[in-house]
Design a protein around this ligand. Structure first.
Ligand SMILES: Cc1cc2nc3c(=O)[nH]c(=O)nc-3n(C[C@H](O)[C@H](O)[C@H](O)COP(=O)(O)O)c2cc1C
Length: 434
């Protein structure tokens, strides 16, 4: 029996890349070239997509100041991924390009129009990572006092999706006739108003843009809560998730697939990619040593504490690194994340907790052949569907991209685990190919 094939994505932001390591790129990334060349490498390796995250605020939770975030270039600077996606689309021909846009901040009409425009430039290879946003600090940048509560954000997002779909559907498919004889550009009656008048949004329509090449762009989503999973199961072509243990991965995938079936969808239409940070070396020892260096450096520890301060709104800079933090910390932010991090009662110091948190339960550390074998085993145990490669922005450089695209991917290809060439032009078709 031939081995089960799986999909590959790469998770990145339009952010500062590695600027301190021995192999840090000499050039600034803000003209987009670094990411365009990276996209070309991913396309050569047959990746399904390159996915750009996005958030829209400069945090100040750690030390109640912007300084630590800006020092490490964490969350900021962060440039808008949508124009970059268009530039990447023009420099590639098969790779999917996903950009994150929030239903909390984009007016639906504007999002529908921008997404349709980029999807045409990409000839059906663009995708929208649908987020509902979780940072009140971002809400302040858009004239709101705070975000709506968690579950309501998803209720709003459901109507949002209905509306943007109505807008894309306000143009019929293949309605451009460009008839030289009659001088007609499009078929009469093939563009209509939508007259949407809902609980949260009103829009008359039609959209100004031609219908997206594939009817609608690829939808990506990352919901973890029951509301989030249900939302993803209803709409997503691909779901990205944090793995936890192999058992957690299997449960998550089974749950989302069951929810998709309950929505009347074929669960195989949804590809679930789990985030993984491979650490590769020419020998096992080299990879293990590199992994240890990655997770124990002062820089990595400060990074993770600053990140945690942001998501929990607890200022971790106030606690000494080599002492046990207070055991009674609580948050109105991400509660499950705080529980996992704190390991209450373990007696571990803050530094030890940070290092534990940086050590994923499912590791991919070794030679390309060893990691390729491990990835195959994981997919067989979980049932599918692939991996979203990631490295912290502080360690993203051309050497790491090459280790994956020139070492790991060929090892996966030799095992028949990933594609050796693209079968289709549209991203959705490539995702559904296996
Ligand atoms: C792989 C991954 C990527 C994500 N990317 C973003 C992002 O770019 N912007 C954002 O605001 N949230 C992002 N999130 C957060 C999710 O959109 C979502 O808020 C989070 O997973 C919590 O989901 P829940 O509210 O359903 O529990 C991401 C989450 C994951 C797991």
């Amino acid at each position: 029996m031939s081995p089960k094939k799986f999909h590959l994505g790469w998770f990145v932001g339009f952010v500062a890349n590695d600027f301190t390591g021995p192999f840090s790129p000499p050039d600034e990334p803000w003209d987009g070239k670094f990411y365009v060349e990276m996209a070309q490498s991913l396309e050569r390796a047959g990746f399904d997509y390159m996915m750009f995250e996005d958030t829209v605020s400069v945090p100040d939770a750690y030390g109640r100041s912007f300084d630590t975030y800006l020092k490490h270039a964490l969350w900021a600077p962060k440039h808008d991924p949508v124009p970059l996606a268009a530039v990447i689309a023009a420099a590639t021909s098969r790779l999917g390009i996903i950009a994150t846009m929030s239903t909390a901040f984009y007016p639906p009409y504007m999002l529908a129009r921008t997404v349709a425009t980029v999807d045409h430039i990409a000839k059906g290879r663009f995708g929208w990572n649908i987020v509902t946003s979780a940072q009140n600090q971002a809400a302040l940048n858009f004239g709101m006092d705070k975000l709506p509560p968690h579950d309501k954000r998803y209720d709003i997002a459901h109507e949002y999706i209905d509306l943007v779909r109505e807008l894309w559907n306000s143009w019929d498919a293949d309605n451009i006739v460009r008839d030289r004889e009659t001088g007609a550009y499009f078929a009469p009656g093939s563009v209509r108003a939508v007259d949407h008048d809902g609980e949260y949004f009103r829009s008359k329509g039609p959209l100004t843009t031609v219908r997206p090449p594939n009817g609608q762009p690829v939808f990506v989503q990352a919901g973890g809560s029951p509301k989030g999973r249900d939302f993803a199961a209803k709409y997503a072509d691909s779901i990205v998730a944090n793995p936890g243990s192999i058992e957690d991965m299997r449960k998550f995938r089974d749950d989302v697939r069951a929810r998709a079936a309950a929505h009347g969808r074929n669960p195989d239409e949804i590809k679930i990619l789990f985030i993984m940070m491979p650490v590769l070396g020419a020998t096992t020892e080299e990879a293990v040593a590199a992994n240890r260096r990655n997770i124990t450096s002062d820089r990595a520890v400060e990074n993770i504490l600053a990140q945690f301060s942001f998501t929990t709104d607890i200022d971790f800079s106030q606690f000494p690194l080599d002492e046990v933090p207070p055991q009674d910390l609580t948050t109105d932010g991400e509660q499950s994340a705080l529980e996992m991090f704190l390991q209450r009662g373990s007696g571990k110091t803050l530094r030890e907790l940070a290092i534990d948190y940086l050590s994923p339960r499912v590791e991919l550390v070794g030679t390309p052949d060893e990691v390729a074998d491990r990835m195959g085993e994981i997919v067989d145990e979980v049932g599918g569907d692939g991996f979203l490669i990631y490295t912290g922005s502080n360690s993203l450089n051309r050497r790491f991209v090459a280790e994956v695209t020139e070492g790991l991917v060929p090892a996966l290809q030799r095992r028949g685990r990933v594609r050796t060439e693209y079968g289709h032009e549209f991203l959705r078709d490539n995702l559904r190919a296996f």
